[in-house]
Write a protein that binds this ligand. Sequence first.
Ligand code: SF4
Ligand code: SF4
Length: 371
Amino acid sequence: MKPSSISNSSASLLDNFRNPEIARRLLGEIRSRETQATLMEVCGTHTMALFATGVRQGLPEHIHLASGPGCPVCVTPLKSMESAIGLACRKDTVLFCFGDMLKVPGVSDTLESARANRGARVRIMYSPLDALEFARNEPRTDVVLFGVGFETTIPLFASVVQRAAAHRITNLYLLTAFKLIPPAVDALLSSGDIRIDGFILPGHVSSIIGEGAYSFIAERYHVPGVIAGFEAVDLLEGILLLLDMISRREPAIKNQYARFVSPRGNQRAQDLIASVFTECDSTWRGLGEIRNSGVRLTGEFSRFDADALIDFEIGAVSEPAGCSCGEVLAGKRTPTECALFRSACTPAHPVGPCMVSREGACAAHYYYGGR
Ligand code: SF4
Ligand code: SF4
């Protein structure tokens, strides 16, 4: 069966992409190919979906999957965690963050342990709007919004900052640790010390930035990429498209997820980001500093920058001894090759960030026991 045989216009669209019969036939096609390949799934949701759908377990031995740097929790650097913990411990300050961030290790504390032991005021938010609402109701409290995530979540934060400006709210601040996916993929490829034959590109991020944002992967590095959805058939179609391009040595960027991703992405969301933020160099946990891979507040919105509140020293920081998250995020090691995996490091007691979020590669391997 050719991947293109699945209609994107059918009323029972989702059923098609979950259809076990179609999935079996695609898997059979993949198994019949002899192309050896290492494919990187950039996105943490793909890491989980590949396990949860059984696609990963069904692939033949000569197709290897490597997890990439696409879980926002995993790539938030120690320095940002230390800033968040320090701000949450500050008098008359409340820090709002997504629940996943609570257990991410800082140097000696997590936000959760700082809350239990040092009186840090930390609130879990379901949307950045929660922090805006709180700031409006508690004008004497400095409210810090911990801005973590990729192109998918950045527009939400941009809209909250715009609203805060429109309502003249002066006690809301944004601690930015946002990351951009294409520069990270570029950095991995230009490092020259990994061998990736094809990329499974993130579905949600791509719905914002569009397929054109990845053209450099094929043009400059001659590596194919497929933007894929999250159902079994999406993943299998994506892998088959990649194998075809690899075996024909015709790299291109293909869009398997056309039901949500357009060539140019979501222009409104891109404009929203550009109106509040500007690109900046950013440090990725495990990967180091990557040029133009983050965003910071710009222009009139700079006054919302939480850096202005940081009046404490953040000393030298180093990753926990023995943790291989950097190599896992760069696709150089599998989680099971880390000496701490399942022994010193478990989801209940994570040593590194990749074991914290369910979308982290180490947590996914822990829960699903992958190879
Ligand atoms: S935000 Fe998007 S890219 Fe990141 S893990 Fe979730 S789905 Fe993947
Ligand atoms: S198993 Fe734990 S210590 Fe090892 S790389 Fe993963 S998160 Fe880091």
